[in-house]
Structures are given as C-alpha cells and as structure tokens.
Design a protein around this ligand. Sequence first.
Ligand code: NAD
Ligand code: MG
Length: 395
Amino acid sequence: MSRQQVTVLGATGSIGVSTLDVIARHPSRYQVFALTGYSRMSVLAAQCRAHRPQYAVVADEVQADVLQAELLAEGLQTEVLHGADALARVAADDAVDVVMAAIVGAAGLRPTLAAVQAGKRVLLANKEALVMSGALFMEAVKASGARLLPIDSEHNAIFQCMPEHYSAGLGKAGVRRILLTASGGPFRSFTYEQLLQVTPAQACAHPNWSMGQKISVDSASMMNKGLELIEACWLFAAHPDQVEVVVHPQSVVHSLVDYVDGSVLAQLGNPDMRTPIAHALAWPERIDSGVSALDLLTTARLDFEAPDPVRFPCLRLAREAALAGGTSCALLNAANEVAVEAFLAGRVRFVDIPVIIEDTLNRLPSEAVRDLEHILQADRSAREHASSWVEANGS
Ligand code: NAD
Ligand code: MG
C-alpha cells in the first residue's frame, strides 16, 4: 500500500503538533506533503527537518525568503510558498489524500473549503470554518464526495457513537438527542464578581486540555461549547433542540448519543487530542496514538451538572444564532473572534465578550445565505461593528 499524503494546515499550532506526533508513529502509513504556519517559524523549520514535506506555506514573502534560505542551506528540498492562495493550493493538490484543517478561526475557511471541494479526506479541527459556512460547507462535502471526519473531541466521540446512516436526520436513525459534554473551563465555579477580574493568563490555563489561546478563551467563556453546538447540528443533521449541553468537569466522557430505546452510548478516554486525530487519520481502522490507557480506578468519579446561562451567556447566544440560521452564525463567530482578541490584548474585560457579540447580533441583520462572498461580507461587517465597540468602550 502506498503511503497517504497528508497536508497539515496550521502545523505549528496545538492540533498541528499533535497531528505530527501521531504521523511520526506511523512512517509506513503517512507521508507529509505540506505544512503551513503563520508564526513560530522556528517550529515550522524544525517540522520541515523532521518530516521533509514537499511544500511549506507561510504568511508573507519575507518569512518565505528566510525559511527557504534556511532549509536550502541544510540541503532540504522543501519549497516555501506564501499567502492565502498557496494555502488553498496545498490543500487541494492532486497528490494529497488527507488534509488536517487546524488553522484557527475564519482564516481557515478558504483552504478548508478547497480541500472539501477537491474531495479529500478532511480532518476538521477548524470548527469556525463550519460554523461560518454550514450549509454551503456540507453541500460541498456532498457534491465532491469528500470524507469529513471530526477532530473536535466531542464530535469525534459522537461520530464514534452514531449509527452508520445518520445523515437523513436523527429521528430516522433512532437517535433521540446528542449529549454534548463541556468541561466548564477554568471559571466553572467563579461568581460573576470574580469573572469581572479574570486575566487572559487565567483564561488560558485550562484545567484538562492544553490548547491554543483562542480556543482556551472560548472554553472559559463557553463560546467553545456554543460553536460546538452549531458544529454538531451541521455534522450530524441535528436540530439545535436535539443537542443538549452537559457540564462534565473531568473531560473523560467526550460526549454521548441517546437512542429512542433508552440506550446511551458514550466515548471515553484520557483528554488528549491525539486520540481523535489517530481515529480520524486511520478510520475505519485503529492505530496507536501514543495516548495512555484510561485508568477508571484513578479517574474514580464522573460528575455531570447543568451549564449556568447567567454567568455564561455565550452558550445562549450561539443557540439563538443556530436557531436563526442564515448569516447569524458567521456574525456570531466574527464578533467573538474580535472580542477574544481584544480580551487577550487587555483592551476589554472577560465579561465584555458576550456583550460585544450580543450587540453585534442585535445591530446587524441575519440574512439568508446567497454564496461564499455573502458569508465573507457578513464576517467583515461583524468585525467592523465589534471593533468599533472595542474602540468606543475598551481601553
Ligand atoms: P493554535 O493557535 O495553537 O494554532 C493555530 C494554527 O493556525 C497555527 O499553526 C497558526 O500559525 C495558524 N494560523 C493562525 N492564524 C492564521 C492565519 N491568519 N492564516 C493562516 N494560518 C494561521 O490553535 P489550536 O488550539 O491548534 O486550534 C486550531 C483549531 O482547532 C481551532 O479552530 C480550534 O478551535 C480547533 N480545536 C483545537 C483543539 C485543541 O485541543 N487545541 C481541540 C478541538 C478543536
Ligand atoms: Mg471540543
């Protein structure tokens, strides 16, 4: 069997690094075709040395020249490209079998869609891409015959617990509802008064998972669960009312599927993204991921509680956007990206994040989606509106 050619979009990030760790364990199965990175060029250079890809893609020409010179001096054949078109090119190249979509945020939409349109096996970590463009994205999957496999641990768990034919709707598949678990993040038991004071460093210190900054803040605000609710609706043809969020602080049960006969199937494991990555890379086979076996006796307890909509309004905002449909989810996502960036830069408070998003959703109309350009236009408008909120009210 010839080796599968893999492009890793966002190789220098948390998911990218975990992906290359799994790939390195299976040199006879996978070969890296292209790696992309936007910052942390020394990490990308080391990854090129270790995996010898045909292409590396960086943000701009200056970065490209520096990295190309460094790799050439070491005798590496890797060709360094730059810019958004190059990202889409290495995602859709004829030689590629598998694309790991692990760029964070809206920036990942175009290359992820390019991989889908080219009919690749697409490992989807970049949830924002699907949240923004839901219907269009899923239509592209259908049209091209791409194989979409979820990397988000919850959605990967749900995928593993679903019956084979769920795309016609949950009811037909005998599924009553999806139970989406949430860790509750670092501020799960904080009072509102405490939330007024929290810093970016506290928000990025997740109790169970080590992740990029943006998703860490999303986990702390529970917007991550909101984005995941929308993601679950698209991936599993579910109505928002069929997805229930349950807070489970240990992050051992990664999600559950509740069937009409009363059976509830769950997927469990240690909180390590290499498990869903290895699952999606090898599916329907199973390969070693490097993750240690779950020790139930050490885990001992599994707790579950309801999310608190008062301290964590982001979940409600995401559910409302999911129900409204159209461009609402693109507006929600863009406003959230601006709000998170402003919080990380120390310009707004943590509690301002949902305020910025709600203000944006109240001011901008939700419209039926016409095409990709319409979605990108909604994204730009929401960014402008949220940025002006930060200018007017932030420090
Ligand atoms: P990260 O910040 O660690 O890495 C992001 C990657 O995207 C980096 O390689 C970065 O260079 C690249 N990037 C950033 N901005 C870019 C731009 N404008 N253009 C091109 N590339 C750009 O993030 P992460 O934690 O690895 O998360 C990646 C995605 O996976 C996110 O969508 C996140 O929601 C999702 N995800 C992550 C985890 C996790 O455990 N980290 C779990 C589930 C889902
Ligand atoms: Mg998740």
